[in-house]
Design a protein around this ligand. Structure first.
Ligand SMILES: Cc1cc2nc3c(=O)[nH]c(=O)nc-3n(C[C@H](O)[C@H](O)[C@H](O)COP(=O)(O)OP(=O)(O)OC[C@H]3O[C@@H](n4cnc5c(N)ncnc54)[C@H](O)[C@@H]3O)c2cc1C
Length: 446
């Protein structure tokens, strides 16, 4: 028979949120089963940057996660994130004027290829803890706390768990369970920006735009479009994300990625300056374009189900446009908060003199998780949209005075990067403790 003190956690989705949450929970001795719809772990070859707050969260989650990131991450050659005018041709230097730069902080903002990071992360998962080709379609969460939650998969199979973490991304099925299928946040909104993504061999980039522009992080700003570039794969490739404002509706109901051509990109950036044009010319002929969706227009009102045993993590909870480059970092912060909260459940259930029920402890843990995560992650959604407008010269504030642009980028970035992760961990434990005491007091009629 299952010991009363243990909890069985099911994780839906094997992206960065699901895999880091699984590693974090396993490190705390908690039993985890991860269900992924695809037939293998899959990430795209494009780059991803992880900011200092994400690195601090990795260290607390499990130092091996951080070691894996350091193994695949490419250090910047500068301590600054530089913002340049990619549109107007400057008479000076390489034709791009430096508008401002923002200090990157103690650990920088290092980039890697997503595939490299995920491939290394999954090596930290023990054999047997992942099931592939498990497409979750529904969840039954009984009100009766003695009965486990049932997961229903598209292949007709079912599985049970005490706790479910919905790490199933932008179009989350678990979100439907938490909010109800009629809730508007079940459908993410198109931000009317799309992104073309590519990686370019670094020698080609250096030849076309020089060493300085190829070996560190730059944001090339302009009207209605902007481009982010940073080195990945140990400086052997330059990662390019070219954003374009799109007045139209996204043409697909179920696909967020559609095929595109280099001609399309060149057309969008036709009036841009020489550096951006040179970068675009280096892209391959057939590429993908990504519709940028978020949960801004209809926010997720709670991350925890009414029954209190299912919760949302990463993009499933708070998908944001990528203009802060912070979505995956936030997912890692979520994973840490949950690992701490569910460890508190385990500890509380093991302390036999405490008459705390499994349900009460889980509900206190998720309540603590939501308390520390909701405001910050909802702010990220809103701020990410705003940053997209700042970078594409679409805000009156920045038009009035470009210095406003710098100060907006600076305080918002540092709000993300300088986050006190230790304090978050302490807050989770403290809130959990007070929720449990409150519930026990209530039970005793105090
Ligand atoms: C252009 C772009 C650039 C970005 N750049 C950065 C950056 O530099 N830094 C950063 O921190 N963030 C960045 N982000 C954001 C980041 O990519 C996301 O926030 C992060 O990948 C979300 O991870 P996730 O695990 O929550 O979701 P996902 O990566 O979407 O993973 C969800 C997983 O769940 C699985 N799944 C879905 N439905 C089901 C189901 N029903 N049953 C079972 N499994 C299911 C999927 O197959 C998938 O494996 C960027 C995003 C974009 C679009």
């Amino acid at each position: 028979m299952r010991p009363d003190t243990s909890i069985a956690v099911a994780i839906i989705g094997g992206g960065i949120a699901g895999v880091t949450a699984a590693i974090g929970l396993l490190s705390k001795g908690i039993s985890v089963k991860l269900y992924e719809r695809a037939s293998a772990f899959r990430e795209i070859g494009a780059g991803i940057g992880l900011s200092p707050n994400a690195e601090r969260a990795m260290l607390l989650l499990n130092p091996d996660v951080h070691a894996v990131f350091k193994k695949v991450a490419t250090p910047n050659t500068e301590d600054w994130f530089q913002y340049v005018d990619g549109f107007n041709k400057s008479e000076k230097g390489d034709g791009e004027e430096l508008l401002f730069k923002v200090y990157l902080g103690e650990r920088g903002f290092e980039g890697c290829r997503r595939t490299d990071f995920l491939n290394e992360l999954v090596k930290l998962l023990p054999e047997g803890c992942v099931e592939f080709r498990k497409d979750l379609v529904n969840i039954t969460e009984p009100q009766d706390e003695g009965t486990m939650i049932t997961l229903h998969f598209a292949d007709g199979s079912t599985s049970t768990a005490d706790v479910v973490l919905g790490c199933d991304g932008l179009r989350s099925r678990v979100r439907e369970h938490v909010l109800g299928v009629e809730h508007p946040a079940v459908r993410p909104s198109y931000t009317h920006k799309l992104a073309y993504r590519g990686v370019i061999p670094i020698e080609d980039a250096i030849q076309a735009i020089g060493k300085e522009k190829s070996l560190t992080r730059f944001m090339h700003l302009g009207p209605g479009c902007h481009v982010l570039t940073f080195p990945v794969s140990m400086c052997t490739m330059l990662n390019v994300v070219a954003f374009v404002t799109d007045p139209n509706d996204w043409p697909s109901l179920d696909q967020t990625t559609l095929p595109a051509t280099k001609e399309e990109v060149l057309e969008s950036f036709a009036s841009f300056g020489p550096v951006v044009t040179a970068i675009m010319n280096l892209l391959v002929h057939k590429l993908d374009k990504w519709g940028i969706f978020d949960l801004h227009e209809s926010p997720v009102t709670t991350y925890v189900s009414q029954g209190g045993r299912v919760c949302l993590v990463g993009d499933a909870a708070h998908a944001a446009a990528p203009h802060h480059g912070a979505g995956a970092g936030s997912a890692i912060e979520d994973a840490l908060a949950l690992a701490v909260a569910l460890e508190e459940v385990d500890k509380t259930l093991s302390a036999s003199q405490q008459p705390v029920s499994r349900q009460m402890a889980i509900s206190a843990a998720f309540s603590a998780y939501e308390s520390v995560r909701y405001e910050r992650t909802q702010w990220l959604i809103e701020s990410s949209r705003f940053m997209g407008e700042v970078f594409e010269w679409q805000t009156a504030l920045c038009e009035a005075d470009p210095a406003n642009c710098q100060s907006e980028v600076e305080w918002r970035s540092h709000k993300i990067w300088d986050y006190d992760v230790d304090q978050m961990v302490e807050a989770v434990s403290a809130i959990f403790g007070s929720k449990v005491s409150e519930a026990l007091g209530h039970d005793r009629g105090l």
